[in-house]
Design a protein around this ligand. Structure first.
Ligand SMILES: Nc1ncnc2c1ncn2[C@@H]1O[C@H](COP(=O)(O)OP(=O)(O)OP(=O)(O)O)[C@@H](O)[C@H]1O
Length: 228
């Protein structure tokens, strides 16, 4: 589903370059639940942003469902982003001026669904995440955990095939973190959604099926997960 071939990312610095990612080759199959781990500054968020089409590689190739992403037109790339990809941010990134209901509805407006289709899809998500009672509140009126539930509901609204999550529980307490990880695990197992998360937490990573480790922008050799 996802294939990176020799991807590097660098920024200009003085007369040279600072490499943030170096020669990354990575395959992720449909249905995997991958955790990206590594020390602060090792390039985890940059890698996730490239995978989620929020940033472009400096070198190398990215194939999303066999399509070379860099060769797609801007329009086609935006469409791919809106229809196939859900992104969950550590700091939620909800729209402050919109209610919970409207935040979740936003991706559906882009998708061109009818009013009644949007209504039933949002109702289903509110129900699934137990936030029906919060639907008319604004993000500032919610706890962090509730805001992240809205962030996940919004990411799922357009029924993406993959969710990218950048430290989704980084600002949450441990019991809230567990709830979010259980939601991800269920989405992955029951609905077959591919999940790629950046996390510092081994406990969160244990919910996944595979761990990918970065160090100084390099991908470390993977150790096969022991069978349980
Ligand atoms: N626009 C930029 N210009 C220059 N350097 C950048 C830019 N964006 C990121 N970097 C550098 O890239 C490196 C990797 O950043 P990244 O956010 O991917 O790391 P990370 O592993 O996610 O770190 P953390 O765990 O602290 O969030 C950092 O050293 C950062 O300073």
């Amino acid at each position: 589903m996802i294939q990176l071939n020799n991807v590097s990312k660098y920024y200009p610095a003085g007369f040279g370059r600072i490499y943030v990612l170096r020669n990354i080759s990575l395959d992720i199959a449909q249905g995997e639940f991958v955790s990206i781990m590594g020390p602060s500054g090792s390039g985890k968020s940059t890698l996730l942003h490239i995978l989620g089409l929020l940033e472009e590689p400096s070198e190398g190739e990215y194939l999303f469902e066999d399509q070379p992403v860099q060769k797609l037109s801007e329009k086609r790339r935006t469409e791919l982003h809106r229809t196939q990809i859900g992104f969950v941010f550590q700091a939620y990134h909800l729209i402050d001026e919109l209610t919970v209901y409207e935040n979740i509805e936003t991706p559906l407006l882009y998708k061109g669904l009818s009013g009644s289709e949007r209504k039933s899809r949002v109702a289903e998500l509110l129900d699934r995440f137990n936030i029906v009672a919060k639907k008319d509140l604004f993000p500032a009126q919610l706890s962090g955990g509730q805001q992240q539930l809205v962030g996940i509901a919004r990411a799922l609204a357009a029924e993406p095939s993959v969710i990218f999550a950048d430290e989704p529980t980084g600002n949450l307490h441990s019991d809230q973190s567990r709830d979010i990880m259980e939601i991800f695990s269920e989405l992955n197992k029951k609905d077959g959604v591919t999940i790629v998360q950046v996390t510092h937490s081994e406990a969160n990573a244990a919910y996944g099926t595979r761990i990918v480790r970065l160090k100084d922008g390099w991908l470390e050799p993977e150790v096969a997960k022991e069978a349980h």
